[in-house]
Design a protein around this ligand. Sequence first.
Ligand code: NAP
Length: 308
Amino acid sequence: MSTNMYDVIIAGGGGAGLTAALYTSRAMLKTLLFEKLIPGGQIATTDMVENYPGFPEGIMGAEISSRMEAQARKYGTEIQYAPVETIEKTGSEIMIKSGANRLTTKSLIIAVGASFKMLGIPGEKELTGKGVSYCATCDGAFFKNKEIVVVGGGDSALQEGIFLTRFVKKLTILHRRDKLRGSPILQSRAKKNPKIEFLWDTILTKIEGTGKVERIQIKNVKTSQERFFDTNGVFIFVGHEPNTKFIQGLVQMDEKGYIITRENLGTSVPGIFACGEVRAGSTRQLVSACGEGCEAALAAQAYLENLE
Ligand code: NAP
């Protein structure tokens, strides 16, 4: 077991957390960042980022993630690839538990983001990894020349669906309404793509197959008609939920579990800040996550100056 006192601990290594780490470590604050999976968070599994300023040709999600990690490390950020399990505040000190480690910090930035939502239908859990996926860049290559469906009508479904057409023979987007939610540029690209078809007003009710996805049951929500549809894969992009279950009761959250922030991204607890997609009201864009990471870092810095 090790004990250590930090100026700033950052939970989460997506765009928000890595930018916060860059700013605090560059300000000579002793900074430790925890990331439970890979640097970059959701952006690391995005094929191409086209709307981060400064990259007119776009930049691969994995590349911008590793560049952000390298930049934070360059100024002294320590990174532990482990989940934060519990957070407690006693007086002005915040205690973090991660595995056998107990670490103490004067300030904390929560940037743990959000995870994909599941549909919660029969067959979904059982066939995850056997044809059901939530990550196009991770699993797309398994579907060369296959026929698949994508569920959802937002930017994720459209962007990831367009990416998947590199591999598949045919892709059907199932959307529960007859109007897409995603941005006009992605809608137009998806509608022009010869491999993409749309099934409107349609929900998925069941996924079936022996050892792998073979067919789905779908329902037209206007006519209530149900039918089976043969497919090799199901990619689900129906939104996100915040990764805040492990900190219930620590800071004020909204009814969905997103953290409510005040001025300068402070939470209801002094010394604890939140930024990026975990924050209620976030725009869920990489560029704003990075901006919020900067803002939370500057606020933590000001908080620490006032402590001394
Ligand atoms: P989203 O915008 O919340 O869209 C979720 C989609 O799934 C909606 O079309 C929704 O239908 C549908 N849906 C939700 N629950 C469902 C259910 N139980 N059954 C069937 N369909 C369901 O989520 P997202 O696409 O992941 O995007 C999240 C945020 O990230 C957005 O702010 C988006 O702009 C951003 N983002 C941006 C980019 C980019 O800039 N290139 C890329 C990816 C994501 P309804 O439309 O009927 O609600």
